[in-house]
Ligand binder design. Structure first.
Ligand code: PLP
Length: 395
């Protein structure tokens, strides 16, 4: 069983790096407008130097990398690089303690992407459907497609919030075929939150026993008092699976570490589908990262400050920006984003791919101060100022 799943998963995607390439290929002009970041505009691999010089604002990564404490822990764990069996720093217990749950409530994975895959494999068996919104982090839908399962994708509300009453209604109407519901909070690519009242409304409105996967990849960046993590619902024993990642606030995207917190019975079912091939180094890094709350606070502060500064400038230029609570934001360009992605790329700046049906919005990750300055300078060159609809200026 595990071998079969391992095979199908690798065959279908093999990981987030590959998945990112897959999305580029998928979107109509994605490949031309936004080649994978490791390739140059001519489609040939970039040298590491050329790659380093790019302002990487396309994958909502952490531009600072892991903090000192995490680097130190990972360096210390290098001595286990040659081992299959080794002390792992107690990573699962550390996560359990962090959330006040038991080890049986935690499933460790090679990034939260693996959790999304595992949830699909566990709950979509027999042609069941996943229900969520569009646009959102589409990996769950893409994996479902690979399993020959279907997705019910609901539109966002006009103000770009997720439509909770519509989700409840769709869940009830599709109760027989529904595998699980997917809620990204804050949502990617919009950055918009689902309030704590709405999450409760959703969970209270679900048909009995339908699992709800709540993806909290950007949890650490939220300021709004209307938002809350959904971990307490797991403690209540509701069929809620919370996915978390070390890729964003801690800056370990390339090292691949994430996890799920869920009731033990769900974790047991999911574990049968997990490969969880996680390296020794990042396990120690993860333990150190959970302890270093000061580093997380510093990363949050600088990210939010740069997001607010950048979005204020864009607003000043006459552009509307969605109210993001994450380390990225969406700006309404009033023209297809795909027409400008290449122009940013020519200036050495990678910005988000198109997110249909929000074709006129550009998603921009919050990089460091230098990257945001480069982004704004390029934006002013590429796009017209103050509400005019003039065509793109020559670059
Ligand atoms: N979930 C969401 C909402 C994301 O935006 C991302 C990555 O961008 C992921 C999950 C995947 O994160 P990881 O690096 O842990 O696989």
């Amino acid at each position: 069983m595990i071998m079969k799943n391992a095979f199908s998963r690798r065959k279908f995607m093999g990981g987030f790096a590959l998945a990112a390439g897959y999305f580029s290929l998928q979107s109509d002009t994605g490949l031309l407008a936004s080649p994978p970041s490791e390739l140059g505009p001519d489609g040939r691999p970039l040298s590491p130097d050329a790659f380093d010089k790019l302002a990487k604002l396309s994958f909502n990564e952490n531009p600072y990398g892991p903090p000192e404490s995490v680097l130190k822990a990972m360096t210390g764990a290098m001595k286990y690089a040659n081992r299959y069996g080794y002390p792992d720093g107690g990573i699962v217990q550390a996560i359990a303690d962090h959330h006040g749950v038991g080890k049986e409530n935690v499933l460790l994975a090679a990034g939260s992407t693996e959790i999304l895959d595992v949830v699909d494999e566990t709950f979509l068996e027999g042609g069941k459907k996943v229900l969520g919104v569009e646009p959102t982090f589409a990996t769950v839908y893409e994996f479902a497609l690979g399993l020959k399962a279907n997705a019910i994708r609901l539109q966002l509300l006009p103000d770009h919030r997720q439509d909770i009453p519509a989700m409840i209604q769709a869940a009830r109407e599709n109760q027989q075929d529904l595998g699980f519901v997917y809620l990204v909070n804050p949502n990617n690519p919009t950055g918009v939150i689902v309030t704590k009242q709405e999450v409760r409304q959703l969970l209270d409105g679900m048909p009995e026993g339908v699992p709800v996967l709540i993806d909290e990849a950007y949890h650490h960046f939220v300021e709004s008092p209307d938002y809350e993590t959904s971990i307490p619902y797991v403690k209540e024993g509701r069929p809620v699976i919370v996915a978390r990642t070390f890729s964003k606030i801690v800056g370990l995207a390339g090292m691949r570490l994430g996890y799920a917190v869920a009731p033990a019975a769900l974790i047991t079912r999911m574990r049968a589908h997990a490969i969880a091939s996680i390296n020794a180094i990042v396990k120690w890094g993860g333990v150190a990262a959970l302890r270093d709350t000061e580093a997380q606070a510093r990363c949050k502060a600088v990210t939010l400050q740069l997001r607010k500064q950048t979005t204020a400038e864009l607003t000043g230029l006459g552009y509307t920006v969605l109210p993001s609570e994450a380390n990225f934001f969406m700006v309404h360009l009033r023209r297809p984003a795909k027409t400008v992605i290449g122009e940013f790329r020519q200036r050495g700046i990678l910005v988000g791919r198109p997110f249909p049906p929000m074709d006129d919005y550009l998603r921009v990750s919050v990089g460091n101060a230098d990257e945001m300055a480069r982004f704004l300078a390029a934006f002013k060159e590429i796009l017209p100022v103050s509400g005019s609809t003039a065509t793109t200026k020559p670059g």
